[in-house]
Design a protein around this ligand. Sequence first.
Ligand code: GRF
Length: 187
Amino acid sequence: MSKVKAAVFASGTGSNFDAITARTDLPCEIDLLVSDKAEAAVIEKANKQNIATYVFDAKAYDSREAYEADIVKELQTRGIEWIFLAGYMRLVSKTLLTAFEGKIINIHPSLLPDFPGLDAIGQAHEAGVKETGVTVHFVDEGMDTGPVIAQEVVPVLPEDTKETLQKRIQEVEHQLYPNVIKELLQK
Ligand code: GRF
């Protein structure tokens, strides 16, 4: 039986994209990378693995709903059922949420609801907390506000710079995200 199809949405370096596509034990196949940044490193990573890419220019559209309508068309044409956001730096509107109800998840580098939004690792480092972590959650229209699926704590060490903390957080992300995907899709 063929595996369920999924898309990763990403606009950055793509380390989570690589962590997901490296896992051969997942009950899904990553069929498409969606990105709003033509120059993002993640696109190169998809090309290397022969994973199709859909790159859009948000500025060429009048609204979020308009570019999402085109994304929905592309996803539906490909028979994609799940969407994994991994460093996609945009809010999602009802257009995508309605077409993929309950099937869009995101990873965020903090223990939500703490430190939502941009530079969550820098925010935690600045705040001087002793623990931060990683959250995987369902996506809604808000900024990192959807129902939490899983969280893992990451300690902040006294000698940590933002960079060393980021490295420790990303190591956790690269395990947690594929593990959550596996469990969720098996249900
Ligand atoms: C990750 O830290 C993720 O939690 C956040 O964006 C970052 C993406 O990193 N949403 P990468 O592009 O997967 O390396």
